[in-house]
Design a protein around this ligand. Structure first.
Ligand SMILES: Cc1ncc(COP(=O)(O)O)c(C=O)c1O
Length: 422
């Protein structure tokens, strides 16, 4: 389908033009999310429309997920093709689309093989299981420990909230899963002492699970020197180095993988979010030496089915064909420069602007009342969608196809929102 045809068919979709009934929604749907009073029903590129036809610039992109924006012709074509051809069969059989996507990922990363699942948490679960099996069978550790970083985020299953070293995600869900130990991020001496202290009796450090850039934890990039030293320690001790690339990977950082910014390769890494451009897919990728799973040891009914892998492959090929990484780099620089100008105008409110490519954070001073959520609410009034990364950091994660003009529009809307709040 051409862009023109798609735009015509999109334009013919009328908004409901009615006030959305949140009350009946809230009665039927569990209250696991703090929702903004906004019901979205249509999207095109970097824009979305609510049920009353109001337009928003979408700098959330399903939280760093809709790589190609909304209703991208390549995705519309792939979804249509795949649903007509074959959407689901079991992994009891070979799935050609799954093989093609795995080959693309292997060709474009340091990994040798891929396991497919449905989400970031599930990909991290797979990595945790693989690391534990490697510890038992290769490292000969009876009680393996995985080190994770404070302020990290790795998902919402029991093992991944345990890996997530933030008490707010763990409260009331104990007993947690044993075998995790937390260290401060970007602090190499903490890693060295943890490895030394925890290697006792049956216990031993099997792996370090870490984000190249902490996303939910406040858009905090990893230090190059810290990650190089991590790699060196892992080489010397045999501890596995696992990177969670769920948010920062698949081109969001301006390079395909976050680890490319750090000059080190992981032994295992996970991907989800941007990999499918908005369809649910996750992946755990590993180097050959630690790929110790045997048939029957791990599985997922939907994992890597023809529908998701066919669509994700078209997302990957579009990123490559349309040279989207160079857009991410240019637009990221433009966005950070604009945010820094706004920060310079409001030094009493904004303390820092940081990020890689199109994952950026604007941090507010700790000692003021204003929160990231206040900014997000004010931006919604201006027609701009943003998402907090903690109470003091506003996150900007637009689709990777965002244009120069859209970045300028978003900056103008943000500035107007801040001016009103101020
Ligand atoms: C770094 C990281 N890992 C894992 C996850 C969990 O992914 P999912 O929500 O797809 O389970 C997220 C989600 O925000 C994430 O940012």
């Amino acid at each position: 389908m051409s862009i023109e045809t798609l735009e015509t068919s999109q334009a013919s979709i009328k908004s409901t033009s009615a006030q959305f009934d949140n009350t009946s929604f809230d009665k039927a749907v569990m209250s696991t999310y703090g929702r903004y009073a906004l019901a979205l029903e249509r999207g095109q590129g970097c824009r979305v429309w609510d049920t009353q036809g109001r337009e928003y610039l979408d700098f959330v992109a399903g939280i760093a997920t809709c790589t190609l924006g909304h209703a991208h012709p390549a995705m519309v074509e792939a979804v249509t093709r795949q649903i007509q051809k074959l959407h689901h069969v079991s992994n009891l059989y070979y799935i050609p689309e799954q093989g093609e996507l795995a080959k693309w990922l292997v060709k474009h990363s340091c990994a040798d093989r891929v396991f497919f699942c449905n989400s970031g948490a599930e990909a991290n679960e797979a990595a945790i299981k693989l690391a534990r099996k490697y510890a038992h069978t290769v490292l000969k550790i009876d009680r393996p420990i995985i080190l994770t970083a404070q302020s990290s985020f790795h998902g919402r299953t029991l093992a991944t909230i345990t890996a997530t070293a933030q008490p707010k995600y763990q409260k009331h869900f104990d007993p947690l899963v044993p075998g995790f130990h937390y260290v401060p991020y970007n602090d190499i001496s903490a890693i060295e002492s943890a490895i030394g202290e925890l290697d006792e009796g049956d216990y031993g450090v099997a792996a370090i699970l870490i984000e190249p850039l902490q996303g939910e934890g406040g858009v905090r990039p990893g230090d190059v020197s810290y990650f190089r030293k991590l790699r060196q320690i892992c080489n010397e001790t045999g501890v596995l180095l696992i990177f969670d690339e769920v948010q920062v990977g698949m081109g969001r950082s301006g390079k395909l993988w976050g680890y490319e910014h750090l000059g080190v390769e992981p032994d295992i890494f996970t991907s989800a979010k941007g990999l499918g451009g908005g369809i649910p897919i996750g992946a755990m990728l590993a180097k050959k030496f630690c790929d110790v799973f045997q048939a029957g040891e791990h599985a997922s009914t939907y994992g890597g089915n023809p529908f998701v892998t066919g669509v994700a492959l078209s997302v990957c090929e579009t990123i490559e064909k349309e040279n989207i990484l160079s857009n991410v780099q240019a637009r990221g620089e433009q966005l950070r420069a604009g945010l820094k100008q706004i920060a310079a105008k409001y030094p009493q409110l904004i303390s820092d602007v940081r990020g890689w490519g199109l994952i950026n954070g604007m941090e507010l001073h700790e000692n003021i009342e204003l929160t990231s959520n206040d900014i997000v609410n004010a931006a919604i009034q201006e027609g701009l969608l943003l998402v907090p990364a903690g109470p003091k950091v506003v996150r900007f994660v637009p689709p990777l196809i965002v244009t120069e003009a859209e970045i300028n529009q978003a900056l103008a809307k943000l500035e107007s929102a801040i001016a009103k709040l101020n």
